[in-house]
Design a protein around this ligand. Structure first.
Ligand code: MRU
Length: 359
């Protein structure tokens, strides 16, 4: 597709490097406020990831890469001091959120790049800093290209007129741009298919209601918001043709960790004979993790569940549970769409084969 025939994209961004700082659209304020944060240190980037100002597996990875670039940027007396600062920044960023493997993937990529830069003849702190920034920028650009390729690969799964249920936000806001699950949606819309999206609201952080609805409405793609509990009813009534979600980590077995509530949708989809698709870049595949039971699941704090817009929803003293992700067993997944193609059962073999394909 030539640039001239590309559909108009909205004028917002998820994250970008501008004038010495990482700029982020602060996702906590959406859809009411479109505030931009300017972050200049690895610590600030780590806090933005922890507090969900930026979220979504690939976006977290990209933000962390720029966090390393921030750590590389300040004045350093010598290479040893810079090396120490980079190691500290990496450790800090790695402690932010445990489930999305893209974070660790991006940090490992940056470490390899910067180890090479530090070891070069004639290396100086300034040269290493320039290399860090270039590497983070390359990662961001590759992520957008990757999402577009996921969209193209997923086109075959989306029939004309499809009513698509998604969960959480696996869109442009969760990546460097275009999205994974919403990349498939965008590609179908770009191909002229008259599709519509049901965005599950996604308690407790409401990524579906606040973010998916916001970005699809901005793009002119038909979207309605439903509460999480409505999915089964709508499937039973024949109002859902397919489900597509993103992923935070996919184990070697094909088990998929994604936003809490995803597993329930997969069970419902199976019960109603509806295809359940996962769209993710290969950086979300974690061959080191054998199966879903080995995926670390983040537990977040009480307040996100027990309060809403400043109101107490749960009586004082009553405990809440807050696992932020769940694991969908490979057997419930119809197919996994990556930038290198579509994997189907048996998932362990087809995912391993996709990983061997060239970038
Ligand atoms: O807690 P979040 O908002 O970071 O969780 C996001 C998700 O679960 C997404 O579905 C996943 O990261 C894929 S994003 C392309």
């Amino acid at each position: 597709v030539s640039a001239a025939s590309e559909p108009q994209r909205p004028s917002w961004f998820t994250l970008r490097w501008r004038e010495g700082a990482l700029e982020l659209l602060d996702q906590r304020g959406l859809p009411e406020r479109e505030d931009v944060l300017r972050l200049r240190s690895a610590e600030e980037v780590a806090e933005a990831i922890e507090s969900m100002a930026v979220r979504g597996a690939p976006a977290i990875g990209c933000a962390a890469a720029f966090g390393i670039a921030c750590a590389a940027a300040g004045p350093a007396p010598d290479l040893a001091a810079l090396r120490g600062r980079l190691a500290e920044a990496e450790q800090r960023l790695a402690r932010t959120r445990p489930t999305a493997v893209n974070l660790f993937w991006a940090l490992a990529r940056m470490r390899r790049e910067l180890d090479a830069a530090l070891g070069e003849a004639g290396a100086t702190p300034a040269r290493v800093a320039a290399r860090a920034l270039a590497a983070a920028q390359a990662l961001l650009e590759a992520d957008v290209a990757c999402c577009r390729a996921i969209g193209r690969a997923g086109l075959e799964l989306v029939p004309e007129g499809a009513r698509i249920l998604t969960h959480c936000n696996a869109g442009a806001l969760a990546t460097a741009g275009y999205g994974t699950a919403l990349g498939v949606v965008r590609a179908a819309a770009d191909a002229g298919r008259r599709i519509s999206v049901l965005a599950g609201e996604t308690r407790p952080f409401l990524q579906g209601a606040r973010l998916t609805a916001w970005e699809l409405a901005r793009d002119g793609i038909p979207v309605s918001v439903v509460t999480d509990g409505m999915a089964g009813f709508l499937m039973q009534r024949g109002e859902v043709d397919l489900v597509v979600v993103g992923a935070d980590r996919i184990a070697r077995s094909g088990d998929v960790a994604n936003k809490i509530g995803t597993y329930g949708l997969a069970v419902l989809a199976r019960a109603h004979g509806i295809p359940f698709y996962v769209a993710a870049p290969r950086s979300t595949l974690d061959p080191e993790t054998p199966d879903g039971a080995a995926i670390p699941i983040e537990e977040r704090g009480r307040d996100e569940v027990a309060t809403l817009a400043g109101r107490q929803l749960v009586p004082a003293g009553v405990p809440v549970r807050h696992p932020a992700f769940d694991v969908t067993p490979a057997g419930l997944v119809t197919a996994i769409v990556t930038e290198a193609g579509v994997a189907r059962a048996p998932l362990p073999e087809s995912l391993a084969e996709l990983l061997r394909r060239p970038a």
